[in-house]
Design a protein around this ligand. Structure first.
Ligand SMILES: Cc1cc2nc3c(=O)[nH]c(=O)nc-3n(C[C@H](O)[C@H](O)[C@H](O)COP(=O)(O)OP(=O)(O)OC[C@H]3O[C@@H](n4cnc5c(N)ncnc54)[C@H](O)[C@@H]3O)c2cc1C
Length: 451
């Protein structure tokens, strides 16, 4: 379906860029996806996505958004070997001091490597006739219609990209969507052009991951397809074990503010033995390392408030980690990006229906996109801010949140409906305020204090 707009350019071909391209391809006759990495059809992690070696939970919010944007994608993933995880029967989840119940909550999640999720998504997007992938092409600069102005006016009308052979190419566009992730330079670019500084919240979370693929029989984790251990502050170490394909598993260990990270199977096991429940270490004792042990440090969570600026150039939007990147242990990033792509699709559909152009689209898009970011930022930073080492724009609700969550975790033992609501909020299929009613907060605080 094309509704008359000509060309959109998407910057970055990771999960946000692919989801944005899927949405845009319904409305533009041409969508060019610019990516600095080569355009390869592979499951292997690539340099532009440093987090690609690490466990990526595909939350139900992302599953539903991807299926809406790219119908058939979930079957593609299954066909490529992703593992079905009946929720919460197939997941052993230790959350801040308690094992969560293993009830049937009526949906099936998928385990896969980050690389496979991106590869399957890219394959679906590539099938859209409007879409063209431009690999090995680095964004050089945004092109404005008023080339020499630094007064905070003018619209974006294209981009200049540098190809692998060094040649510069200009792409003209009705709409440019920045999906270059947490390395996006857009706030600095806007200031240089005379636009107002973008307000930014930054929290120094000091997270690091160490991960590797392992081979182990499918029943190694007592029949569970995933084990997740999330610590309660001030405890720092936790881990994930997930079967991602037949007898291939990924293990991701995580900690905060630690300099020395494991570098071998033995060191991963020694680390896992210090986690407060034995399940991750037990898995590692019976698994065979496949490939390398890799680490990734993520010092900061960042939220850029593009919605709060009075002047934002026409012809330009932002999506995914370029708006906000969160503490990854809560597994929210791909859901936020894909749900924002659904918002983009809605906004374009609505404008198209009333015959409106693209002028002022940021005023429609950013508030709705930010509602998704706000939910993810609120819940993850409330936990992060409970660590005394964390600095920056702390979440003032951290202490209350710790107590409420402790109480809710106790209540779900005997309350399947509440359990389903809690999981739905965590999986980003339901807004977080479902759990924040005065009545529920009072029940949770009473439960937290009763022990
Ligand atoms: C360790 C870790 C674990 C995570 N685990 C989860 C999880 O369990 N669940 C979950 O949902 N999310 C998780 N995330 C978050 C998730 O990886 C991201 O939210 C998701 O990939 C969407 O990011 P993005 O596409 O906005 O940016 P990115 O994935 O960072 O991609 C940006 C893209 O832009 C390209 N690019 C950058 N600059 C340029 C340029 N100048 N020119 C051209 N191209 C450029 C890059 O090469 C890259 O392809 C995790 C993140 C980390 C760090």
């Amino acid at each position: 379906m094309s509704t008359g707009w000509s060309t959109a350019v998407v910057l970055g071909r990771s999960m946000a860029g692919l989801a944005a391209a899927a949405a845009l391809s319904r409305h533009f006759s041409e969508v060019v996806v610019v990516e600095k990495d080569p355009d390869l059809d592979t499951e292997q992690p690539r340099p532009g996505v440093g987090q690609g070696h690490h466990y990526h939970a595909l939350a139900q919010g992302a599953v539903e958004a991807l299926e809406r944007l790219l119908p058939g994608i979930i079957e593609d993933l299954r066909g490529a070997g992703a593992v079905d995880v009946p929720f919460a029967l197939g997941v052993r989840f230790y959350d801040a001091g308690d094992w969560q119940p293993n009830r049937d909550l009526g949906f099936v999640s998928l385990n896969a490597t980050r690389g496979l999720i991106e590869q399957a998504t890219a394959a679906r997007v590539r099938r859209r006739p409007a879409v063209r992938f431009l690999g090995s092409s680095r964004l050089e600069r945004l092109v404005f219609d008023r080339s020499d102005s630094d007064r905070g006016d003018g619209s974006v009308c294209g981009v200049e990209v540098r190809r692998a052979d060094g040649a510069l190419e200009t792409l003209t566009a009705d709409l440019v969507v920045d999906c270059t992730g947490r390395v996006s330079k857009l706030p600095e670019v806007l200031v240089r052009r005379g636009f107002d500084p973008i307000q930014q919240f930054t929290l120094n979370i000091g997270i690091s991951y160490t991960s590797a693929l392992f081979r182990a029989p499918v029943d190694t984790a007592d029949g569970f397809s995933a084990v997740a251990v999330l610590p309660e502050p001030p405890t720092k170490r936790g881990g994930f074990v997930a079967r991602v394909h037949e007898d291939t598993w990924i293990v991701s260990l995580h900690t905060r503010f630690e300099r020395e990270l494991p570098r071998s199977h033995q060191e991963m096991l020694a680390f896992a033995e210090t986690i407060e429940v034995p399940d991750v270490a037990a898995f590692l004792r019976h698994a065979t390392l496949q490939g390398e042990v890799r680490s990734f440090r993520k010092g900061e969570a960042v939220w850029r408030r593009f919605d709060r600026t009075e002047r934002f150039p026409d012809g330009l939007l932002v999506l995914g980690d370029a708006i906000a990147s969160f503490n990854p242990i809560f597994g929210q990033g791909m859901s936020v990006a894909t749900l924002q792509a659904c918002v983009l699709d809605d906004v374009l559909t609505e404008r198209s229906a009333r015959g409106a152009g693209l002028d002022g689209i940021s005023r429609d898009y950013f508030p709705a996109a930010m509602a998704i970011t706000r939910a993810a930022w609120g819940s993850s930073t409330a936990v992060d801010s409970a660590y005394e080492e964390v600095t920056g724009d702390r979440n003032p609700n951290a202490a209350q949140n710790t107590k409420v969550m402790r109480g809710l975790r106790k209540l779900i033992a005997d309350d399947p409906k509440l359990h389903a609501d809690m999981v739905a909020v965590g999986q980003m299929t339901t807004p977080g305020d479902r759990l924040m009613t005065p009545e529920l907060i009072a029940r949770a605080l009473a439960a937290a204090e009763s022990t």
